[in-house]
Write a protein that binds this ligand. Structure first.
Ligand code: DX5
Ligand code: ZN
Length: 223
């Protein structure tokens, strides 16, 4: 089966003083989505941005905005983020007492609904909601920062998540986030991932625009 491959540059590694240029670069390089990392300083030990910046990014591009919510009580932000122009909102299974309800609420806001698990959370945590979601995200680093090293055991979790989706006949996207570069992307694709977040490897490349295409090409290369 050949699946559509999506490359989602993470704006966490962009230069916020030149956000317009960096977004234009992502478009020119053929990015499929822009990945927007919202952090609250509680769920993760880092703080980023919220609706105001999502709205700014929305005004600079027509690309889908893949909003990754590393926040406690994510539901308090759904209305503001949807209004600001989020295309999809992905919430952590670890961050809410009401995962099923919250995923349904995301869809009611007209956004795609994603569920994400940390490296320390087993894939089994997804099984009760897999029928509700448009996207499953496997974190391949502990969330909070860009530029961390890929955790190798993530490959097996991608494989398990792919099997889970296939078993229920789900066509949800299977995304991976953290430490994705030319070396790691092929193994993730072979394990069944079809959407790939990349921050450091794109924005620190000698030619960031070309790197997006290089990553896409390397989904076919397993090393
Ligand atoms: C990490 C974020 C990621 C981050 C990935 O907490 O969720 O989206 O930007 O960055 P890289 O690709 O540099 O590991
Ligand atoms: Zn992310």
């Amino acid at each position: 089966v050949s699946r559509a491959i999506r490359i989602a540059p993470s704006l966490l590694s962009a230069d916020f003083g030149r956000l317009r240029d960096d977004i234009a670069m992502c478009e020119a390089g053929g990015a499929d989505w822009l990945h927007v990392d919202v952090m609250d300083g509680h769920f993760v030990p880092n703080l980023t941005f919220g609706a105001k910046i999502i709205e700014t990014v929305r005004g600079l591009t027509d690309l889908p905005l893949d909003v990754h919510m590393m926040v406690e009580h994510p539901s308090q932000f759904f209305t503001d983020f949807a209004k600001a122009g989020a295309s999809g909102m992905t919430i952590h299974a670890e961050a809410t007492m009401h995962l099923h309800r919250d995923l349904c609420t995301v869809k009611e806001h007209g956004c795609w609904a994603g569920v994400v698990i940390n490296p320390g959370t087993p894939v089994a945590a997804l099984s009760a909601v897999v029928q509700e979601v448009d996207l499953v995200l496997i974190m391949s680093v502990d969330p909070g920062y860009g530029g961390q090293a890929f955790i190798p055991t993530s490959i097996d979790k991608i494989r398990q998540a792919r099997a889970l989706l296939d078993n229920v006949g789900s066509t949800a996207t299977l995304e991976v986030d953290g430490g994705i570069n030319r070396e790691t992307i092929g193994r993730c694709a072979a394990a069944g991932a079809d959407a790939f977040v990349a921050g450091h490897s794109i924005f620190s490349a000698a030619d960031p625009r070309a790197e997006i295409g290089e990553l896409r090409r390397h989904t076919l290369v397993t090393v």
